[in-house]
Design a protein around this ligand. Sequence first.
Ligand SMILES: *Cc1c(COP(=O)(O)O)cnc(C)c1O
Length: 459
Amino acid sequence: MTDTIDAPASGAAAPVFTIPQERRIVTAIPGPRSQELHARRLEVVSAGVSSVLPVYIARANGAVLEDVDGNRFLDFGAGIGVTTVGHTEASVVAAAAGQLQDVIHTLFTITPYEEYVRVAEWLAKLTPGDFAKRSVLVNSGAEAVENGVKIARRFTRRRAVAVLDHAYHGRTNLTMAMNYKAHPYATGYGPLAGDVYHAPGSYPYRDGLSGADAAKRTISYLEKAVGATDLACLVVEPIQGEGGFMVPADGYLPALQEWCTANDVVMIADEIQSGMARTGRVFASEHFDWVPDLVLSAKGIAGGLPLAAVTGRAEIMDASQPGGLGGTFGGNPVACAAAIAVFEAIDRGELLAAGARIEAALTAGLEGLRERYDIIGDVRGRGAMQAIELVQPGTAETTKEPNPEAVQELIAFAAERGVLFLSAGTFGNVLRFLPSLAVTDELVADALSVLDDAFAALG
Ligand SMILES: *Cc1c(COP(=O)(O)O)cnc(C)c1O
C-alpha cells in the first residue's frame, strides 16, 4: 500500500493527500511515545498552557492528524478553525516554501514588500461592503482585536468598548476584559482594562427573542450603562465561537449596525473564528446581511501560519497617525504568501462549495442524532461551523439544564476511537464541529457514526 491516496471524487479535481484520510488507532490513547513527551513537557512547559488531548502530532494532512505513535485522528477542530483549507495544503506549502527562499523578514514598517500589499488588496476585495478600505496586518487574533479597538478609539476620540455576553476575544490584557468568561481566561490576572461593557446579545435557543427584540435589549443596555456618546466601538462575533456557536436571530446584527451608524459608534466584526470561508460565505457577516465598519481576521487566514488583520472603512483606518500601528512580525512575508494561496483558493470557489457540502452532511447527521437522543437540545451553525448544545435528560423542552459532563464523555469516547472533537460554550455543554474544508463526506459520516456510538454508550 502506498502512502499517497486519492480523495474520493466529490466534484472538483480531487486533491492528493500525503496521509491516508482515515482514522487508525494502533496504541492506547495517549500512546507510549506521547506519554514520554508529555512527561518531558511537564518539566519545561508552563502549567498555564493546557492541551485538550495530549497526543503529540508528528504529521498532518487534509483532515487527518498522525501522532508520534502512528495513530491517525479525524480532526474536527482544525486547530480551532485555523487549517480551514486543510492541513499542509499543497498550494499553501508551495507558496510559503517559495517565499522562504526569497525573503523571510524585513519589517514592513522599515522596508516594505509586495506580499503585504497583496494581502491587503485581497482583504479589501473579500470583506463585506463596497467602499474604500484599508488594512493593518498583525500576528494573532487578540492583537487584531486590540488594534481594532485602538483604531476605533482614535477615530471616534471616545473611550468605551462594548462587547456581548458569551463573547471571546483573546488572552491579552484588554481582550481578557472583553471575554464573557473570567475563568480560566482572567482569573488572578487583574487588574483588567477598564471601560469595557458587556451587553446582552442574541441567543435564540435560550432567550427566545426575535432579532428586533434582542437588538432593542442590547441597545437599551448600551444607552443606559455606557451612553452612545462615550462609546467608541461595539465588537461582535457574527457567530459566537468559544461561547458556543450561537447564531443570532435574523435582523439582530443589521439593527445593531444601524444604531451604531446613527450614533457614530464603530461596529467591529470579530470574524477570527467564523471568517475565511469557514461558514460557506467568505465572512459569516454575509449570512446576516451585516456590513461591519471593521472586520477582524486571523485563525484560518493563512492556512496555519500566524497572521491576523484589521480591515475596514478607509476614513476610520486612516485616522491613526503614521507609526501608531504595526509591530515587528506583523504581516510576515511567509505568512502573507500563505494567505495569498488561501485567498486564491477562496476565489476559485472551492472552499465556499466545500462549506455548503459539509453543512449538508453534518446537519443531516446531527439532526438525525437529535431525534434519537433527547439530551441534544439544539443543532446550529453555518457551513463547516456547526455545534450541538447538550442538556440534562428530560430538560430539553423545559429548563435546558446544561450538560457539560456528557460533552466530556463524548469527546473522550471519540478520541479513543480516532476522532478529535472540541467542546465550547459558556457552560461547557456544546460540542462543536469545525473540520477543515478538505474533510470528505465519507469522513463526516464516519465521525458521526463514532459520535452515535458515543451517545449510545453514555452512562
Ligand atoms: C481565537 C479567537 C480570538 C483570539 O485569537 P488568538 O489568535 O488566539 O489571539 C479572538 N476572537 C475570536 C472570535 C476567536 O475565536
